[in-house]
Design a protein around this ligand. Sequence first.
Ligand code: R2B
Ligand code: URA
Length: 299
Amino acid sequence: MTSDFLYHLAVNIPDTKNPTDIKNQFGHIKVVCLGGKDARMRELAKYIHENVYNGKSGSKYEKDIFEDGHRYAGFIVGSVLCVSHGVGSSTMSVVLHELIKLVRYAKCVDPLFIRIGTSGGLGVKPGTVVVSRKGYNGLLCSEYEIAILGERVSRPAYFDERLRKDLLDAATSPDGGEENAFSVIEGNTMGTDCFYEGQGRLDGASCMKANGEPYTKADKLNFLKRCHDECGIRNIEMEAPMFAALTLHCGIRAADVCVTLLNRLEGDQVNSTKAQLKDFEERPFRLVARFIKRHILSS
Ligand code: R2B
Ligand code: URA
């Protein structure tokens, strides 16, 4: 394309061969952090300003650079771009396509994409942070299937190994001790297209099996135990397979870092208090900020 308009970000690139403005604004970006909510991404930018750059990022990190698109929010802080992606794969894939094009037009060098999210845990203590190895879909296959031109296209859905190891390394201090008062583990992540029935919940508007009968608590627990025992799934969210597959397909190194808000073997309702939610949601910030300091800005 000789020109491009990234519609949902309201970013115009009149000359893709010579995208001077885009290079000036985004060419220095090394890490793109993605998370569901606009406000959380604004907080992440502030957190990185304070904790990675010691208050001296020199960035207008509170300004939403994608506000004209009215869909997603974006904040630049130093060499980090924090962007919201909404709920679910279809919503996130739109912003992901446009961001991948953006970093390519800007000629960013080996940019890393890291999703910082929330999830339901499987057999792990609420508040645990899971760094994903592979994404699994709701049929317990590690793939992302999408219809393209009337055909099923299936793509592998695993995350970058080196990036995952570096993130796990950031959980421990240089002397080998734990850096955090919370656990950081690796595990596989199921990403579903439905928060309720897709995740085997009993608190949705419908809880119905394929045969048209309602499913029971025992059915739910059987399924969740299969996820845990047969597939090594430790958390459930709504984007992992698509995110892993699209980044892998486009040659972008990516990671999924999610805190677990509850243990799904014990219940379905997310009823953490506001203070608990704030503490939990900040945990992936702490890990990713330490990773950026240790592995990105020091090199
Ligand atoms: C985790 O939380 C959201 C649903 O509440 C969804 O975006 C996800 O993956
Ligand atoms: N997000 C999800 O997708 N599932 C949960 O159980 C919690 C957060």
